[in-house]
Design a protein around this ligand. Structure first.
Ligand SMILES: Nc1ncnc2c1ncn2[C@@H]1O[C@H](COP(=O)(O)OP(=O)(O)O)[C@@H](O)[C@H]1O
Ligand SMILES: [Mg+2]
Length: 288
């Protein structure tokens, strides 16, 4: 099946399902523009949620610049490509990071996932189903741009957290991403995190600009503000140490922002459930 058809099919699927397994939250962290702080957000949000008792699985879906592992000081040997090839099981590929956060390194296998043949789909689904994880939250670190693979993960996830800075290019790229997801793929709901700003006032200004464009040019789209991360040298210092900011500098202003973001997300659960992880895998490999 071609990727466009596959995208349309996952976008059209119903989400609410009955199941005995624990409900799952799946959040794609996305931005349009690169270098705005997606990976740092994923890694720190995962740790903050883990500190609040949640079991988090990160999918590193950035093919070009897969660096969740780098920011967590990990060196995974395998990635999802090895599972698709039938050479490794999910247990052999998933690595455990700080605070018990698990990471699925996707790297070279990531665009394959959205473009599998029928036999490969069956095979990988069996593998994914056999993988025992107690994750209640999946965070997906997407690549920059609006490639099919980026759109694919944004559609497969039940929530989309857009990361934007005050730079005009970040705003236009965020808008372009929201527009294509809304107009071509039926996605109506987005959350906005403003990164790398002086404070709350500047963050609200960024939110105001983006939501004005969304309200003016797109109809029926909800863009909700979920907080900001201040410009903080601790972020870069932690990157240099290959540690999450909230681990290396727990009291830094950025760490406070990541913790507040985690709390804000927990305070606003999605109205429709996302089924359990097996349903998410099915949606991901397009096997329903
Ligand atoms: N709040 C912040 N304060 C200071 N520097 C930041 C902040 N957020 C991100 N950065 C800088 O931007 C770089 C890129 O962040 P990263 O999370 O890798 O972006 P992306 O995943 O969107 O490409 C980081 O390595 C860091 O140096
Ligand atoms: Mg990144």
């Amino acid at each position: 099946m071609d990727q466009a058809r596959s995208l349309r099919r996952i976008a059209a699927r119903p989400r609410v399902r009955r199941s005995a397994a624990p409900p799952l939250r799946t959040i794609a962290i996305t931005s349009g523009k690169g270098g705005v702080g997606k990976t740092n957000t994923v890694v720190n949000l995962a740790c903050a949620l883990a500190d609040m008792g949640h079991k988090v699985l990160i999918i590193d879906a950035d093919l070009g610049l897969a660096n969740v592992d780098v920011l967590m000081g990990l060196t995974p040997k395998y990635n999802i490509h090895d599972v698709i090839q039938g050479n490794k099981t999910m247990d052999q590929v998933v690595v455990s990071g700080p605070r018990g956060v698990n990471i699925l390194p996707a790297a070279s296998g990531i665009s394959e996932l959205s473009n599998l043949g029928q036999d490969e789909k069956l095979m990988i689904l069996q593998e994914l189903d056999a993988f025992h994880t107690d994750a209640d939250t999946v965070l997906i670190d997407t690549a920059a741009g609006i490639s099919d693979t980026v759109l694919y993960f944004n559609i497969a996830a039940s929530e989309r957290l857009v990361v934007a800075t005050g730079e005009p290019t970040s705003l236009t790229d965020s808008y372009a991403l929201i527009k294509v997801l809304a107009t071509s793929h039926g996605q109506r709901s987005f959350k906005l995190l403003v990164n790398n700003v002086a404070g709350a006032a500047q963050a609200k200004e960024v939110y105001g600009k983006l939501s004005a464009a969304v309200d003016h040019f797109l109809s029926g789209i909800s863009l909700s503000y979920v907080g900001f991360i201040p410009t903080d040298p601790a972020v870069n210092r932690a990157v240099m140490q290959q540690k999450p900011t909230i681990t290396a500098f727990p009291k830094a202003p950025a760490s406070k922002g990541f913790k507040q973001l985690a709390q804000r997300l927990l305070d606003s659960p999605p109205s429709a459930g996302d089924g359990n992880i097996k349903f998410f895998w099915r949606r991901l490999v397009d096997m329903e």
